[in-house]
Design a protein around this ligand. Structure first.
Ligand SMILES: O=C(O)C1=C[C@@H](OP(=O)(O)O)[C@@H](O)[C@H](O)C1
Ligand SMILES: C=C(OP(=O)(O)O)C(=O)O
Length: 426
């Protein structure tokens, strides 16, 4: 699906951001592994989360949808062997977290995915889970994966060389099936939704600065969870309001978990007019309303210490940096090369086509913001939802028409993106 967009006069109004993708995945997984009936309110019905739901239905969880809620009758920690392979679609989170759960089962299972997912690295989960005793065969570290679980798994102390919530969560899930406490350490703390939610479902977890210890569990307790809005989805509208002159936008129900709020911290440093109001707790996650006004921004340098807190926002941040005064350097973002597309190369290529001054680094970008005016062009999303949405926001400040290819990929994380965008563009 090709989408054509034109320059916006301003961004105005109030939007409620759809539910968090990371939290929806985890809530479906933990509810499926729990004993009894859980309710997940305000879940995200995006393609990636639907893959997770389908996977657990295949393994014995009974999942019913009613409006924006999911009713899950858990299968317990020991799942049923799926009758056929599990298709994870485009979703890295489904695949990697599932590996941790399948490692602890008494059966062999197979995970496959789409073309993009089949190119993504899985050795990062194969390695710790193999140390724990699972037997995993792969296509040179890529999908399809054949996972033969072991019971119990062997507890390990694992130090990861990268900060990845997916690897961490895979090890934590496997730790529920281990013979003793399992500890995972990482260089910079990655998103901690798993740790928070494990505790809510009754698993024993100890959290230190950059490490987490999980204890074996006999059972998990069903829960009622409300999923907050996704800051990674909100980031596109924050960006739009910041760079389109005369804008003012209120974004309600945004998760502001401190392991996810790097984008807000960096934008404030750049001089962004962003206020965070009505901070509250929703099912153990901090949530707020965010008011954003068009702002004159100054360039900053960001690196490996903050990237894990804004990893999925880097593409749209690059666009914002192209509107700041001065030169922004982004480093420590090499992980972007192994997401749904090579996001460093995609952003450099497509924003350059629109007239931005961007240099590509192995692990980031150098972006010259001074007065670069964007022009409409025909650009490629590479079937990557974050690239499609970044280019849609870029079109709002570009002269002339922008044509974005293959926009159906927004369904991966934000199916209503273009409707919401239409509502706030004047
Ligand atoms: O755990 C999660 O829900 C996610 C972790 C991040 O990936 P990595 O763990 O590979 O950094 C992020 O990019 C992804 O969108 C969701
Ligand atoms: C990288 C992403 O997701 P996943 O790894 O789950 O495919 C994303 O949503 O930007």
């Amino acid at each position: 699906m090709e989408i054509k967009l034109n320059k916006a006069c301003k961004i105005e109004g109030t939007v409620e951001i759809p539910a968090d993708k990371s939290i929806t995945h985890r809530a479906v997984m933990l509810s499926s592994l729990a004993s009894g009936g859980s309710v997940i309110k305000n879940y995200l019905p995006s393609d990636d989360c639907l893959r997770t739901i389908a996977a657990f239905e295949q393994m014995g969880a009974k999942i019913k949808t009613e409006g924006s809620a999911l009713y899950i009758d858990g299968a317990g920690l020991k799942l049923q062997k799926p009758q056929k392979e599990i298709y994870a679609g485009n979703s890295g989170t489904t695949t990697r977290l599932l590996c941790g759960i399948l490692a602890g089962q008494n059966f062999e299972s197979v995970i496959t995915g789409d073309e993009s997912l089949s190119k993504r690295p899985m050795q990062r989960v194969i390695e710790p889970l193999s140390q724990m005793g699972a037997k995993i065969n792969s296509n040179s570290g890529k999908l399809p994966l054949v996972i033969k679980g072991a019971s119990p798994l062997k507890a390990i102390k694992y130090t990861s060389d990268k900060s990845s919530a997916q690897v961490k969560s895979a090890v934590l899930f496997a730790g529920l099936y281990a013979n003793a406490a399992t500890t995972y350490s990482e260089p910079v703390k990655s998103r901690d939704h798993s740790e928070r939610m494990f505790q809510a479902y009754g698993a024993k977890v100890e959290v230190a600065a950059n490490s987490v210890t999980v204890y074996p569990a006999e059972k998990l307790n069903a829960q009622n969870i409300t999923v907050p809005g996704d800051i990674s989805s909100a980031a596109f509208f924050i960006a739009a309001a910041l760079i389109v002159p005369n804008s003012k936008l209120t974004i309600t129900n945004v998760g502001i978990n401190p392991t996810r709020d790097g984008i807000l911290e960096v934008l404030k440093k750049m001089g962004a007019d962003i206020s965070i109001e009505n901070i509250r707790d929703v099912s153990g996650e901090p949530v707020a309303d965010i008011i954003v006004r068009y702002s004159k921004l100054k360039a900053v340098n960001i690196g490996a210490d903050i990237i894990p807190r804004m990893v999925d926002e880097v593409p749209v941040f690059a666009l914002i940096a192209a509107h700041a005064e001065g030169i922004t350097k982004i480093t420590g973002a090499k992980e972007l090369r192994v997401k749904e597309s090579d996001r460093i190369s995609a952003i450099k290529g497509q924003l350059s086509k629109m007239g931005a001054h961007i240099e590509e680094l192995e692990d980031g970008f150098i972006i010259e913001g001074n007065g670069a005016e964007l022009s409409g062009a025909t650009v490629n999303s590479f079937y990557d939802h974050r690239i499609a949405m970044t280019l849609a926001v870029a079109s709002l400040v570009a002269n002339g028409e922008t044509v974005i290819k293959d926009c159906e990929c927004v369904d991966i994380s934000f199916p209503s993106f273009f409707e919401v965008l239409k509502k706030i563009c004047r």
